[in-house]
Design a protein around this ligand. Structure first.
Ligand code: AMP
Length: 627
């Protein structure tokens, strides 16, 4: 067990690492090159040499597809030093995909131990703000192990979290620190797993100091589940008997062993859940909870409002930024409100480089397009993250765009901006996840007058007619408890469509003006539709704890899930204006557009119509992101 002193030591370690980031990064790269220079992959570029300059000039920046053949050979059982001199002990299955299949990221004992260290750091940071939560109570964390795959080599491929739950260290402390029984975490039926995790969380409600999941979606999923099952849960608590439909023997044994009839507890839960309005339900049910822990940045930011509604004032703590490729950053100021959360990179986790991203469409010099080291990123600039790890990733594009927002000691802090993807496109317009989120955020302010809030949103590019148009699906929830259906005032909903269009980037608006893109359409879906979407992905193998609502849907089958639940369709009533006025709004305010860039932007806009006249709208470039 980690003692109070050890927690202090870990906090000190974070301070030391972030105060000496440059040195730590240099040492880490030297260590990786020394260890792996002789591997098949690196020797192609370095000829056995280990100096940093050669690494920077010779080793290419790559995507998963570039190294997939090497990874496939390891998965197939080739034991030679292909990417790393260390043995691969397992693969992490990323929620990102390559050719429709999950990416497999090699893991060695060294990189595995780094993850464990990272988790210890996270706990220490939590303890600094909330006291020793491991001693004052238990953590109700909704955890779902994902199915594991055996590769032909016999190595397992599992999600990072599943690997963590398998770790003996976690198992040793799990029952003391978490309410969820390990058997429920590993139960293959997500409904039985959720039911049991909720039941045990309710049985121990006076001990719970944190309500959490990896991503915000699983906490909300738990609340929805509670809405559907609270009467049955109360009846189980009252009688001390577990429902018959919990047939998983592990779950049954683990939960039954701690159940006894408790009518008093059942009454108090029933009183809370029986209220019409569920605002603050998390705080009411778990009165000692100090915070809600879940990633609420990036695509998860769409859930902040709903989580805050249920949280009843509990702070939302989005404490880490990481991926299967590497764990990268910790939110050291954990009480920061979600929209301002930044993650300080931990310099011993991986060797980090940053590829400048041109968010402003301003031509960049050659120097500006070269990857820079962690210590050379500039404040307010956007970068795509590259990772080099001792497990055999070299200058690997993770696919995320980050923005530098400040420094902790000497180490940069980053805000998560988006997954590097264009998610919507009818022609040459390019709408990113961040563009869409911004437009939705603008538009949803109109909902206040209807007394409804946005529960979930997604989109797709509909090219079934010419010109094509953007379709956004919205699920609404009335703040007063009914389903919001009778509040769908067409005038307000059309205004929402229009506000979205106005908020989208200038290329979109210029194409709209020239009728290269038809009016944006909003389809309001029935309550529970986004849960049905999640069920679909989970039943197809996605992990509930890794699931993130895709910002854009990319298959007919998935679109049909929402389509069949549409209860109202609305279109933007007019062409968005302010094209000229807004032309430079996408350019950073601290940078004046040069005459050259002004000309380029103007001609882009004006050329649009000519381009359109030459060709019919091309098929949508849908890059779905089921993260
Ligand atoms: P996976 O490799 O499946 O665990 O997914 C990792 C991806 O989840 C990252 O590359 C990000 O796109 C996303 N992600 C992880 N942490 C955060 C965060 N704190 N905020 C926003 N997105 C995140």
């Amino acid at each position: 067990m980690t003692t109070a002193n050890e927690f202090e030591d870990v906090l000190k370690m974070i301070e030391e690492l972030t105060a000496n980031a440059e040195q730590i990064q240099e040492q880490l790269l030297a260590h990786i090159l020394k260890k792996n220079a002789g591997t098949e992959y690196l020797s192609r570029y370095l000829n056995g040499k280990t100096d940093k300059e050669l690494f920077k000039t010779n080793v290419p920046v790559v995507s998963y597809e570039d190294i997939k053949p090497y990874i496939d050979r390891i998965a197939d059982g080739d034991k030679s030093n292909i990417l790393s001199a260390d043995s691969v002990i397992e693969f992490y299955r990323s929620s990102g995909t390559s050719e429709g299949k999950p990416k497999l990221i090699p893991v060695t004992a060294e990189t595995h131990d780094l993850r464990i260290l990272f988790f210890t750091m996270l706990t220490s940071v939590l303890k600094k703000h909330f006291g020793n939560i491991n001693q004052t109570g238990k953590r109700l964390e909704f955890m779902f192990a994902k199915q594991e795959i055996d590769t032909p080599s016999g190595l397992k491929a599992r999600s990072v979290t599943t690997s963590f739950y398998r770790d003996q260290g976690f198992r040793n402390i799990a029952s003391r620190r978490y309410t969820s029984p390990i058997e429920a975490i590993f139960c293959s039926d997500p409904n039985q797993s959720m039911y049991c995790q909720l039941l045990v969380g309710l049985l121990q409600r006076d001990e719970v100091v944190e309500v959490a999941s990896n991503f915000a979606t699983a906490v909300l999923r738990a609340i929805k589940f509670l809405e559907d099952y609270w009467k049955e849960l109360c009846s189980n608590i009252r009688s001390g008997q577990l429902s018959d439909w919990i047939t998983d023997s592990g779950c049954r044994n683990a939960v039954s062993s701690i159940m006894e009839p408790n009518p008093q507890l059942a009454d108090s839960i029933q009183n809370i859940c029986g209220c019409k309005l569920w605002d603050g339900i998390i705080k009411k049910l778990w009165p000692k909870a100090k915070f809600i822990g879940a990633v609420v940045t990036g695509v998860m930011s769409q859930y902040v409002e709903t989580l805050e509604f249920y949280g009843g004032g509990l702070p939302l703590v989005s404490n880490l930024y990481g991926s299967s490729e590497a764990f990268c950053g910790i939110n050291l100021e954990i009480l920061t409100e979600p929209s301002h959360v930044s993650y300080t990179f931990i310099p011993n986790m991986a060797y980090f480089e940053f590829l400048p991203v041109n968010k402003d469409s301003i031509p960049m010099s050659q120097e500006d397009v070269e990857p820079v080291d962690l210590m050379h990123v500039k404040l307010d600039q956007y970068y795509e993250l590259l990772v080099t790890s001792s497990a055999g990733l070299y200058r690997y594009k993770v696919g995320d765009v980050l923005k530098v927002t400040g420094f902790h000691n000497t180490t940069p802090r980053f805000q998560f901006v988006e997954r590097q993807n264009v998610i919507l496109s009818i022609d040459s317009d390019k709408t990113s996840e961040a563009d869409l989120l911004k437009a939705v955020t603008e538009a949803k302010t109109n909902l206040d007058q209807l007394g409804v809030s946005l529960v979930g949103h997604t989109s797709y590019a509909d090219t079934s007619s010419i010109p094509g148009h953007y379709v956004v699906f919205w699920e609404l929830k009335a703040k007063e408890g009914n389903d919001g259906q009778d509040q769908l005032d067409p005038r307000v909903m059309e205004e929402c469509c229009y506000r979205m269009e106005e908020s989208l980037n200038y290329i979109y608006r210029s194409y709209r003006k020239q009728n290269c893109i038809a009016a944006l359409e909003m389809r309001v879906v029935k309550q529970g539709s986004f849960d049905a979407l999640m069920d679909y992905y989970v039943s197809g193998g996605a992990s509930m704890s890794q699931y993130k609502t895709p910002s854009c849907l990319n298959s007919k089958e998935v679109i049909e899930i929402l389509e069949s639940r549409v209860m109202g369709k609305f279109f933007s009533p007019k062409i968005p204006i302010q094209i000229k006025l807004d032309l430079f709004s996408s350019i950073r305010t601290d940078m004046k557009p040069s005459a050259e860039s002004e000309r380029t932007l103007m001609s882009d806009v004006l050329n649009c119509h000519n381009i359109m006249n030459q060709k019919l709208p091309s098929p949508p470039a849908l890059v779905g992101n089921p993260h």
